[in-house]
Ligand binder design. Structure first.
Ligand SMILES: Cc1cc2nc3c(=O)[nH]c(=O)nc-3n(C[C@H](O)[C@H](O)[C@H](O)COP(=O)(O)OP(=O)(O)OC[C@H]3O[C@@H](n4cnc5c(N)ncnc54)[C@H](O)[C@@H]3O)c2cc1C
Length: 460
């Protein structure tokens, strides 16, 4: 790429930064801290459980729609005080994406909007008394929203939970990155004595998360770390991608799937379809057809299920999915004032069975549910939720993506730029957006640097 284009990109990054900073500084908080009534004192209290894509968007939309009203209080309770911007999490593996850019602070944003926030673990709900217990404290509500997301599903396969690294969070992505660095360090010390199984990474699950994770592992090994370990041949590392289904990326059309598969093959990422894992041990993945893959590094992305807390609370569930059963207004079956959305719910879609559990849908559901809750408070008619997918964007790292946007299919470098632009715009935190734009502009001149913070969890 010539220097003129690089300069142009850097300038573009700076322009984005300036715009982002202006935006960040211009938004006025709704209340001065001493003016805001206590959540419990509002006439209509909307309590939202979970501060992910679904929960955050309900809270944000209600606050935006009620700026001139003082009868509606909104509180979000969530386990972490940040919103994880999931689509960029696989990028953390290679350090293409910075952790603090995609862990978007919930407290500051919600407080500025006029909502309340509590970082706490939800334990129980008393539907008769209309209270929620979180970290031992009671929270009253008039309207309750379940937005607790999903958790990994190991399908009872022996050994997965004990031996595989899940990919369900920023810490998991950092853990995977650290594992790769660890293997490079061992390879330097032990040379050829290090068994091949230590350098074999098997990603189980070839949906979007699995494919993106395998691609980012390749970037980390070949583009970032290889130059820092001149004594280690990066081609000793093996990356395998397994799926029980006949195809990778089943949600994409056949043409884009072929392009993605071709890209993976060009990078020596070995794809095995119709490969059902039956057992995972410390150093092996056993397949149903009897084959064995010797590996000490298994990454699990093959399944997710609605948060199991919703099952323990005795909510009505759709048996097949174990998601909360809601009607077309996103209201939980059998309740007038309890609502659910996102990955912990199974939502009917008029022409299409059920709404897919993804971020795009959760955001739309959040905005729609906000309007329905306000309609219920004001005694107006509720509107049914209908979902239409805008498409799929899959980042394969190394400036390559495969995209389907409203039926327009494209791939390659332009698709990668589109992927970055589309997700930068969707990052809610202006600071995160500006920093990530700068990081990507810098990347045209130098690869990201990587450090192994071994006590990452404790350091947080
Ligand atoms: C690695 C990865 C990559 C993904 N990439 C994409 C993508 O590119 N595009 C896309 O459309 N979708 C993607 N998804 C799916 C998408 O992230 C989810 O569908 C979306 O986040 C659902 O929103 P949600 O609000 O239901 O759940 P979440 O966003 O997961 O939010 C749930 C919230 O509830 C909180 N919580 C859970 N239990 C408790 C409890 N007991 N107490 C307190 N708080 C609790 C959690 O901490 C979390 O904040 C990805 C998912 C993963 C795992």
């Amino acid at each position: 790429m010539n220097n003129l284009l690089k300069g142009g990109l850097a300038l573009g990054g700076m322009a984005l930064a300036a715009g982002g900073l202006k935006w960040a500084l211009s938004s006025e908080p709704r209340y001065a801290p001493w003016e805001k009534p206590r959540f419990a004192d509002f006439e209509n209290r909307v309590l939202i459980l979970g501060g992910g894509f679904g929960g955050y968007n309900v809270a944000k939309s209600i606050c935006e729609l009620t700026r001139k009203r003082d009868d509606i209080g909104v509180m979000v309770i969530s386990r972490e005080n940040y919103l994880t911007f999931w689509p960029m999490v696989p990028g953390v593996v290679s350090s293409d994406v910075g952790v603090r850019n995609i862990a978007q602070p919930l407290r500051r944003t919600l407080i500025r909007l006029g909502a309340s926030f509590r970082r706490a673990e939800i334990e129980d709900v008393n539907f008769e008394k209309k209270t929620v217990t979180a970290d031992g404290h009671q929270f009253p509500y008039d309207h309750l929203v379940f937005a607790l997301g999903a958790e990994p599903n190991f399908f009872g396969i022996p050994g997965v939970e004990e031996h595989a690294l899940p990919m369900k969070g920023i810490s998991d992505a950092v853990r995977i990155r650290n594992r790769v660095i660890e293997r490079f360090e061992q390879a330097v010390l032990e040379g050829d004595e290090l068994p091949e199984s230590a350098l074999t990474f098997v990603v189980i699950g070839a949906g979007a998360t699995g494919v993106e994770t395998a691609a980012q592992l390749h970037v980390l090994i070949h583009e970032v770390l290889a130059q820092e370990y001149p004594n280690v041949n990066p081609n000793r590392f093996r990356i395998m991608l397994l799926d029980a289904l006949p195809n990778i990326l089943p949600e994409l059309d056949a043409g884009l799937r072929r392009v993605a598969r071709g890209q993976l093959a060009a990078r020596n990422i070995e794809v095995m379809t119709n490969a059902m894992a039956e057992e995972v041990t410390e150093d092996c993945v056993r397949l149903k057809d009897g084959r064995e893959i010797h590996t000490q590094n298994v990454i699990w992305t093959a399944g997710a299920r609605p948060n199991s807390l919703v099952e323990r609370l005795g909510l009505p569930l759709v048996q097949r999915t174990k998601g909360i059963k809601v009607d077309e207004y996103l209201r939980v079956e059998g309740f007038r004032n309890v609502w659910a959305l996102g990955d912990n719910a199974t939502i009917p879609n008029p022409d299409d069975g059920f709404v897919p559990p993804n971020a795009q849908a959760a955001v739309k559901e959040g905005k729609h549910l906000a309007k329905n809750i306000l309609a219920a408070i004001d005694g107006r008619e509720l509107k049914p939720f209908k979902y239409r997918s805008q498409g799929q964007l899959i980042d394969l790292g190394s400036h390559f993506a495969v995209n389907d946007v409203f039926g327009v299919k494209f791939s390659g470098r332009l698709a990668s730029l589109f992927w970055r632009g589309a997700y930068l715009v969707r990052l809610d935190s202006p600071q995160g957006r500006v920093r990530q734009a700068f990081d990507w502009a810098l990347e045209y001149f130098a690869h990201p640097t990587v450090a192994q913070i071994r006590d990452y969890q404790a350091a947080e």
